[in-house]
Structure formats: structure tokens, C-alpha cells
Design a protein around this ligand. Structure first.
Ligand SMILES: Cc1cc2nc3c(=O)[nH]c(=O)nc-3n(C[C@H](O)[C@H](O)[C@H](O)COP(=O)(O)O)c2cc1C
Length: 191
């Protein structure tokens, strides 16, 4: 079993070349079920369950990414959000719920300064687990951080106290991931 998990982890790559459709065997409900399961099962500090996510597809995905592109002045800066708008089938938007973090800070003041980091760590786990799982389902995906722009574009569609953490943009892979190099980075056993 662990060999299968390690294979999925190694197979997760940044894939920018996407077609704006889902592979035939997948529906957006499958994507939703995958992300829902991960949001449920990824651990959080004190089991506080402050991860949130929404999935954008169709007209809403296009409108949000069009708004992000329009909010950026430089032609070079617009390129990635425009490619997400035109080439991705959808995007998972990850959030952390500030009310949960603030509640932890009130209840456990000794750890107060650590809780924002803990929220970020758990969100990162949800992001990368989702990336791994969606690619294992046949999607290509890449991770973006247009957080403030996405928050502005979503407006009242999401609660004010949800902080945008990342966007996982997905579609049918149109080309494989680029070559990746690795440093020598041994994990030693100290006895
Ligand atoms: C925490 C984190 C933040 C990242 N932010 C971005 C980003 O904002 N834009 C982007 O294009 N890629 C982003 N990436 C993708 C990395 O550049 C990529 O994962 C790395 O180069 C390794 O390549 P791989 O994903 O193909 O293994 C991010 C990855 C991680 C883990």
C-alpha cells in the first residue's frame, strides 16, 4: 500500500499545459468528492477543522480568472491568469477560516502565536493532497497564489472571514510536466 502512495506522491507534478475539459471518465462531482474527502481527513491543530474549499468551474471559473487578469496591469503578469481562465477546466480555491484560528488563540493562549502557522501548514497539506489525488485521477494541475485578487473576485460568494490560501488549477493534461532536477538530500537515521 505504501508503495502506491509513494508512487502517487512522485507522480504529482506541476502541469501548466491544460485543456479546459475533464477527462471522459471524470465529472466535476468526482473532483468535488475528492476534495471534500481530503478537507475532511487532513489533520488540523487540536482537530479545529479550519480548512475550507470551493471548486470553480464553468462561467464562475472564467469570470473569477478574468477578473484576476483584469486586475493586473502588466501584460506579462496577466498571462498566467489568462491561461487559467482559457485552458483550465476549473480551480479549487483553498481557504482557512480565521474565526477558527481566533477561537484557538482565545482557548489556548499559550500557543496563540503558533496557530496562524498551524492553519497554513494544514492548508498546505490539503492543497498538496488534493493535487496528488486529482493527478492520480488523470487530471493535470498547477498551484497558484493570486490570493488577494481571487478574494476580491469572489466577493460575497464566500464568507469574509475565509482567507484565501491557494488555487489549484486543473484540466486535462495537454503536455507532460517539464523535467525536474533533484538535489542530493539524504535523510539520515541518527541512533
Ligand atoms: C508551497 C508551494 C507554492 C507554490 N507556488 C506556486 C505559484 O504560486 N505559482 C506556480 O506556478 N507554481 C507554484 N508552485 C509550484 C512549484 O514551483 C513546483 O511544485 C516546483 O517547481 C516543483 O515542481 P513539480 O510541482 O513539478 O514537482 C508552488 C509549489 C508549492 C509547494
Amino acid at each position: 500500500m505504501s508503495a502506491q502512495i509513494l508512487k502517487s506522491i512522485a507522480s504529482r507534478r506541476t502541469i501548466y499545459a491544460l485543456k479546459p475539459e475533464l477527462p471522459t471518465e471524470l465529472s466535476i462531482k468526482n473532483v468535488q468528492a475528492t476534495v471534500q474527502s481530503i478537507i475532511k481527513d487532513v489533520p488540523t491543530a487540536f482537530n479545529s477543522q479550519g480548512n475550507r474549499a470551493v471548486i470553480l468551474t464553468g462561467a464562475t471559473h472564467k469570470a473569477v480568472w478574468d477578473s484576476v487578469a483584469n486586475a493586473i496591469d502588466s501584460p506579462a503578469g496577466k498571462k498566467r491568469p489568462e491561461s487559467v481562465r482559457d485552458e483550465a477546466a476549473g480551480s479549487v480555491i483553498f481557504f482557512t477560516d480565521d474565526k477558527v484560528t481566533e477561537g484557538l488563540q482565545e482557548n489556548f493562549p499559550a500557543f496563540a502565536s503558533a496557530f496562524p502557522d498551524f492553519a497554513n501548514h494544514s492548508s498546505g497539506a490539503a492543497q498538496i493532497d488534493s493535487w496528488t489525488a486529482l493527478e492520480a485521477s488523470g487530471l493535470g494541475a498547477h498551484l497558484q497564489h493570486y490570493n488577494g485578487y481571487v478574494k476580491a473576485a469572489l466577493g460575497s460568494k464566500i464568507p469574509e472571514n475565509w482567507t484565501v490560501q491557494a488555487q489549484l488549477c486543473f484540466g486535462t493534461p495537454a503536455a507532460p510536466a517539464g523535467e525536474k532536477t533533484y538535489i542530493e538530500n539524504p535523510v539520515d537515521i541518527l541512533e
